[in-house]
Design a protein. Structure first.
Length: 123
């Protein structure tokens, strides 16, 4: 909590006379610490405002090396997905082949059963 840091941080809203929290409920100090929190910002897609270092982290653009690493990571992920997709296709083809073989065997057994039934009826 900012008011419990070694150097407390004063509430941005308190410094402007607009904090709606009591001294106990506010996460920031309600006295002049010489260090006032930066204004909170609401980031797109977020429902909570952030301030200070959290806001800086959110607003900071990634460096080129980080972007290259992320691109490399995503390319590797995509290649792995394509390999998995190909393996899945091969497994599906093998399963279809096996299923066709079982259907053919079942038809053969059914035909043989009919033949045996006819022969038994003919006796």
């Amino acid at each position: 909590m900012p008011k419990h840091f070694t150097t407390p941080v004063a509430c941005y809203y308190w410094a402007r006379g607009r904090c709606v929290f009591s001294d106990e409920d506010c996460q920031y100090a309600h006295w002049d610490t010489g260090n006032t929190a930066s204004a909170p910002i609401l980031l797109s897609g977020s429902t909570q405002a952030v301030a200070g270092r959290a806001a800086e982290r959110q607003l900071r653009l990634p460096d080129e090396e980080a972007v290259r690493e992320k691109v490399k990571e995503l390319e590797t992920w995509e290649k792995n997905l394509l390999v998995r997709k190909d393996l899945l296709r091969l497994r599906e083809e093998a399963l279809d082949h096996r299923e066709r073989g079982l259907v053919a065997r079942e038809e053969d057994v059914a035909a043989r059963e009919r033949e045996v039934w006819r022969r038994e009826r003919g006796l």
